[in-house]
Write a protein of this length. Structure first.
Length: 298
């Protein structure tokens, strides 16, 4: 349920052309709401324009998987769409300099009976459930700080980056900027997986930066001491998160290539350039090892 809702929210977020942090903040609201209210209780209640929806349990994921890819899930109901777009609406008010009008968000819910006035009523209900606690650091904001701290080291390897990944002339050639795009793509992919909720935003962001640097520059966490200083995390702290990110990215690729699914997740389209660079990477099997670092140096 959450996997499909987050993917749908990503699609609507991209359509409304909102900042990346808006999406991650909206997910904080969503997870907080569902944790306090309970998904079963929320879906079982009658709402305007919808019937009670059973929350069908899914089986446990295999140890090498982070996402459900077999299509056994149930389609999104209108109640979940209304909740999702309301979370995005409130997050946009907090993050965006100039957010779209409420009517655009109501239309983006893709529910014919959901009007602007109903969106405002849903906003009040969400704010009460969140107890007006709206300002939270997100993995996106942490990642921006970490990429900035690693910028000097990344810039030194700019030539290696361009040669190894065979970037076209029309591609962004600034390795720092493209690194930031890949990190954001990895973070959005991890947001779709429910197990990502178990990691603190700062830890998830640090792992996404470390994963990207290892994959594209064969840099270990120890090679960038600025990251340890800024984040406070040691490499051993990030090992479980790195394994989780490996599974997420592998599942994203499997979803994109499998005919049993709808052809991938919307994050692949929203971050198309970053996704393309990820799949072109020679280190496609996971985060870099010492052997991969030697091959880069050669």
């Amino acid at each position: 349920m959450r996997q499909d809702l987050v993917d749908w929210m990503s699609c609507q977020h991209g359509m409304l052309e909102l900042a990346d942090e808006t999406f991650h903040l909206a997910l904080r609201y969503l997870d907080t709401f569902l944790l306090r209210r309970g998904p079963e209780n929320f879906l079982a209640r009658n709402g305007a324009g919808s019937e009670p929806v059973p929350a069908l349990p899914l089986g446990a994921l295999p140890c090498d998987r982070a996402l459900y890819l077999d299509g056994s899930h149930q389609p999104l109901c209108n109640k979940l769409k209304r909740l999702g777009i309301t979370c995005v609406f409130v997050a946009a008010k907090v993050v965006e300099v100039c957010a779209p009008p409420a009517g655009e968000f109501a239309h983006a819910a893709e529910v014919s009976t959901f009007s602007r006035s109903q969106l405002l009523l849903a906003e009040r209900a969400l704010l009460r459930e969140l107890e007006y606690d709206l300002y939270h650091p997100t993995c996106s904001s942490f990642a921006a700080a970490y990429v900035s701290a690693a910028a000097a080291t990344v810039a030194k390897d700019a030539r290696i980056f361009k040669v190894k990944h065979k970037l076209n002339e029309r591609d962004e050639t600034d390795p720092v900027r493209l690194t930031a795009e890949v990190v954001e793509y990895v973070l959005e992919a991890s947001a779709v997986a429910r197990d990502g909720v178990a990691f603190a935003p700062s830890r998830l962001a640090a792992a996404a930066v470390g994963w990207t640097l290892a994959r594209f520059f064969a840099l270990t966490w120890a090679d960038v001491p600025e990251l340890r200083k800024v984040s406070g995390y040691a490499e051993t702290d990030l090992a479980p998160v790195l394994s989780f990110l490996d599974k997420v990215v592998a599942d994203f690729r499997a979803a994109k290539n499998s005919r049993r699914t709808r052809g991938g997740f919307f994050a692949d389209e929203k971050h198309a350039r970053a996704a393309r660079v990820v799949w072109q990477s020679p280190l496609h099997s996971g985060h870099a090892t010492a052997q991969a670092r030697v091959s880069y140096d050669q």
